[in-house]
Design a binder for this molecule. Structure first.
Ligand code: LMR
Length: 328
């Protein structure tokens, strides 16, 4: 009897202590600045689904969309400080850490998203993923959004129509030079502030993808959107190098595989989401979409061309040529 009581006590202590002794799950915060219904938003949720299905109780992924946790200005720093583990900034937001990624901002460089995909999957594109490791950032993949369109409250068919207008841009010197080449006034601004800036007239226009324009309701504050397809918004998913290398190898393998699958999933959806959002914008009747003739398109390309010469020394002509050769 005494033995049985002693055994029960041992079991009770065991039951009380075992949950506390079980290792706490690794928590991954994934922060981004766009809506859940965009290519990036869906990619982040797919990554969470895959990881939590494969590593139940071991890894928890919390996704924070819409600049809820960190906006553009803070997320890079927060990643280095360990306040967030995954972010996916647009490729226009890395210039502080490498000049090479500026290649993606050159106007009219890629004919379409397929050319971008070929470049990113090639040796040079893959090499850029690890080009910021000395700064503490490890790239895990490229996620597509799509081609940029130009919106404003003034109807724009030719480059001269943009003259004198204030445009919100991402924090990129290439984009700044692009708008200066049009004799317009670029203003660097965080994504979360754009809608209000358009509404209050702090800026007259902006450049973005159909999915960002639709999900942020920019079209409700802009009379015209010119379908220029003059550039791209794509992302690099990055993590903190130290955090990544410090993960147990088996966990890192599953995260890596899940990231590859979430990348393929998001990239497959991106073009369809953008085209569907373009249609929703059209159907809303809140803005007018301007389609360019071939000749007008060529005029925009010519007006923005001086940017190449300006940034070739920083980016590297070899990199520009490699990107150009991904067009078919
Ligand atoms: C922007 O700032 O316009 C975009 O980079 C936002 C995003 O993440 O797509």
């Amino acid at each position: 009897m005494r033995y049985a009581i002693a055994m029960m006590a041992v079991l009770a202590v065991g039951a009380a202590t075992s949950p506390a002794q079980a290792a706490d799950p690794i928590k991954i915060k994934f922060s981004h600045v766009v809506a859940d219904a965009t290519p990036k938003g869906k990619g982040a949720l797919e990554f969470k689904r895959l990881v939590e299905e494969r590593l139940p109780g071991k890894v928890v992924v919390e996704v924070y969309p819409n600049s809820q946790l960190f906006g553009d200005a803070k997320e890079m720093e927060a990643l280095l400080l360990g306040d967030v583990q995954f972010i996916a900034p647009s490729l226009s937001k890395f210039a502080k850490f490498t000049k090479k990624l500026q290649v993606f901002d050159l106007p009219f460089l890629f004919d379409d998203i397929n050319a971008i995909d070929r470049f990113q999957k090639g040796k040079i594109g893959q090499g850029l993923l690890t080009s910021m490791e000395s700064k503490g950032y490890t790239g895990l993949g490229y996620w597509h959004n799509g081609m940029k369109q130009l919106s404003a409250n003034r109807l724009m068919r030719v480059p001269e129509d943009a003259k004198g207008l204030k445009f919100r841009i991402q924090p990129s010197d290439v984009l700044e030079a692009q708008f200066k080449a049009l004799n317009a006034n670029p203003q660097k601004m965080a994504f979360a502030e754009v809608y209000q800036a358009l509404q209050t007239g702090t800026v007259d226009g902006q450049e973005n993808t159909w999915s960002n324009i639709y999900s942020q309701k920019f079209h409700e504050a802009q009379k015209y959107i010119t379908e220029t397809n003059h550039g791209v918004i794509d992302y690099m998913v990055v993590t903190n190098t130290k955090f990544w290398k410090g993960l147990p190898a088996d966990v890192r393998t599953v995260l890596s595989k899940s990231m590859d699958e979430a990348t393929a999933y998001s990239n497959k959806l991106a073009e369809d989401i953008n085209q569907a959002d373009k249609k929703k914008i059209m159907d809303s009747g809140k803005t007018q979409i301007i389609t360019l003739t071939k000749d007008q398109q060529a005029q925009w390309r010519k007006a923005m061309a001086p940017v190449y010469k300006q940034f070739a020394p920083d980016v590297g002509q070899d990199l520009i040529d490699a990107a150009l050769s991904s067009n078919k």
